[in-house]
Design a protein around this ligand. Structure first.
Ligand code: NCD
Length: 328
């Protein structure tokens, strides 16, 4: 159980996948696994972060990420507060720096930041004394999504080392693809990115991945297939002829699903556009772990909060019992 202890010294922020080495990731995933047991009990709350304050600062829409950070903090007994740009002073033209300085005056322990601009969480980290977690900055990074995706793959397939993972769709605008590609590489998995030529970023050659324009040739060798949403809100021009043509070449439907190996899982970070990148029969099939991804998001975010705050109390009930026994 010693792997549940926080790293020493604990890291200050989680801003990018680049902040994490293999040992950090394994520690987070092991802690998430131990915390999952607490989520299966009738009373789900642990006292670990009692008296700590976690602020969610969200400048972009979110369902899963915001809900799971809030639940994660609450299940560790932290006080939480969520601020969204709509209805806050950002609406009145307040800059992110001034908002950060205002929040700093309340002295929160952690600020979770989602923002359309690349680098926004770094700015919040600079102007506040809080630990900052990046919950998505533009098309750049989304580290906790990648962590929950790896946790889901490890729980479903039993390992990460040597896994063949296909990440399919709008790679150009996807912070999920960037974060997953890097993190999977760090943990020894092999990633193939599949997209039309217009949806690969410039400089893709320097990423530690294979690339392909041909989904049908990649699917049969994949252990996990991660579908991405087409990020229309980040697009100014036409990146593909029509939605129908996109689905025909890059959508995952029942016919393509039939070419997967028996053990292969299908993933999607949500929100899904059913009929565009994934059909309903695939999303709702036995291979789909999309609901598990959402469930795992809470345990992984609990682990991140616990480890960032250097949890002085045990992370899991099992460990709490063992500690109590050791001291009796
Ligand atoms: C993703 C995001 O916001 O980057 N969703 C999520 O966090 N669950 C992916 C997306 O919006 O398509």
């Amino acid at each position: 159980m010693s792997e549940l202890r926080p790293p020493s010294p604990p890291r200050r922020h989680l801003l990018s996948i680049r902040d994490l080495d293999r040992a950090d990731v394994e520690r987070i995933l092991d802690t998430a696994r131990a915390l999952t047991a607490s989520l299966e009990r009738e009373v789900k709350k642990l006292p670990t972060l009692r008296g700590r304050t976690v602020v969610n600062l969200f400048y972009e829409s979110s369902t899963r990420t915001l809900a799971s950070f809030e639940l994660a903090a609450k299940r560790l007994s932290a006080d939480t507060m969520s601020l969204r740009s709509a209805g806050s002073s950002a609406d009145k033209g307040e800059s992110l720096k001034d908002t950060a300085l205002t929040l700093a005056a309340y002295d929160p322990d952690v600020i979770i930041v989602r923002h359309p601009s690349i680098g926004a969480p770094w700015l919040v980290a600079r102007y506040t004394g809080a630990h900052v977690v990046n919950a998505g900055d533009g098309k750049h990074q989304h580290p906790t999504q990648a962590l929950l995706d790896l946790h889901t793959m490890r729980e479903a397939l039993g390992r990460l080392e040597g896994l063949q993972v296909a990440i399919v769709g709008d790679v150009l605008h996807s912070r999920v693809a960037r974060s997953n590609a890097l993190l999977l590489h760090t943990l020894g998995a092999e990633v193939t990115l599949v997209a039309p030529p217009t949806l690969f970023p410039v400089g893709i050659d320097s990423w530690p991945v294979e690339t392909s324009y041909d989904l049908d040739s990649v699917l049969p060798k994949a252990d996990a297939v991660m579908m991405l949403r087409v990020q229309r809100e980040r697009m100014s021009g036409g990146f593909f002829p029509t939605a129908r043509e996109y689905s025909r070449r890059y959508g995952l439907d029942g016919r393509r699903m039939a070419t997967l190996q028996d053990h292969t899982i299908v993933m999607h970070p949500g929100p899904m556009v059913r009929g565009m990148e994934i059909t309903a029969d695939v999303a709702d099939s036995d291979r789909s772990v999309i609901v598990e991804q959402v469930t795992n998001g809470v345990a992984v975010r609990m682990a991140v909060l616990y480890l960032l705050l250097g949890g002085s109390e045990p992370a899991s009930p099992t460990e709490a019992a063992e500690t109590a026994e050791a001291h009796s």
